[in-house]
Design a protein around this ligand. Structure first.
Ligand SMILES: Cc1cc2nc3c(=O)[nH]c(=O)nc-3n(C[C@H](O)[C@H](O)[C@H](O)COP(=O)(O)O)c2cc1C
Length: 200
């Protein structure tokens, strides 16, 4: 029997002691790029630093990293489905959007950037972004030609105009072998930007 009545309804992974969430809730949206592995480090570090971290993954992201990895490191269930038959009564995209002190998309694909810029909400990540009134940080990562594509650049400018916080990319050798812009920033830099934003 759970004697901690105040814990009722909270998600706590069995076997782990409850950690005091003195810090804020950060929702990490992971879209499908090769740089997904860096998001793993971001989640790991934020959780170690005491943040309540919740992860949303797109279908494509799950091709690169499993939800189990994020679930284990965040110690929270990972949200992957818009229509979950076993979910509780609440509309998850709305509750997550409200719970997030900060929503961070890392890595952000050309696709998710394009979807948000055009008001498309056809999966859990894009719908949660649309439903949040809290700040959204976006860390793009893609091939140089994709990043320099004028439509992608136009979408980035459009998102900035609408108040989204877009970060730049690093230059260097990309996973595909090309050399140029579009590389995701280092995970340490991303964690630092998140903390700076939360004034922690
Ligand atoms: C091996 C591989 C690597 C990819 N890396 C990227 C990437 O870094 N950035 C990107 O925008 N798309 C990348 N893509 C394409 C996306 O996975 C694809 O556009 C997908 O539809 C994105 O869906 P999402 O935005 O819902 O996650 C990659 C695809 C493959 C097969």
């Amino acid at each position: 029997m759970n004697t901690n009545s105040h814990l009722k309804g909270e998600e706590i992974t069995p076997g782990h002691p409850r950690e005091t969430n003195t810090k804020k809730t950060v929702v990490i949206g992971v879209s499908g790029g090769i740089a997904c592995y860096k998001a793993v480090e971001v989640v790991n570090q934020l959780r170690k630093d005491g943040y309540n971290v919740k992860v949303i993954m797109t279908k494509a992201a799950q091709q690169f990293v499993t939800p189990l990895t994020f679930q284990t490191l965040s110690r929270n269930a990972v949200v992957t489905e818009m229509f979950d038959p076993v979910a509780k009564w609440d509309t998850k995209h709305v509750s997550l959007a409200k719970a997030a002190d900060l929503l961070v998309i890392v890595p952000a694909t050309a696709n998710i950037i394009g979807k948000i810029a055009n008001g498309i909400a056809d999966d859990m990540l894009s719908t949660t972004v649309m439903a949040t009134k809290n700040p959204v940080l976006i860390f793009p990562a893609m091939n140089t030609a994709m990043y320099e594509n004028s439509i992608v650049q136009e979408n980035i400018q459009k998102l900035k105009k609408h108040g989204y916080h877009l970060f730049g990319t690093a230059s260097g050798e990309l996973a595909c072998g090309d050399i140029g812009t579009g590389k995701l920033l280092d995970w340490q830099q991303i964690v630092a930007e998140i903390k700076k934003f939360l004034c922690d």
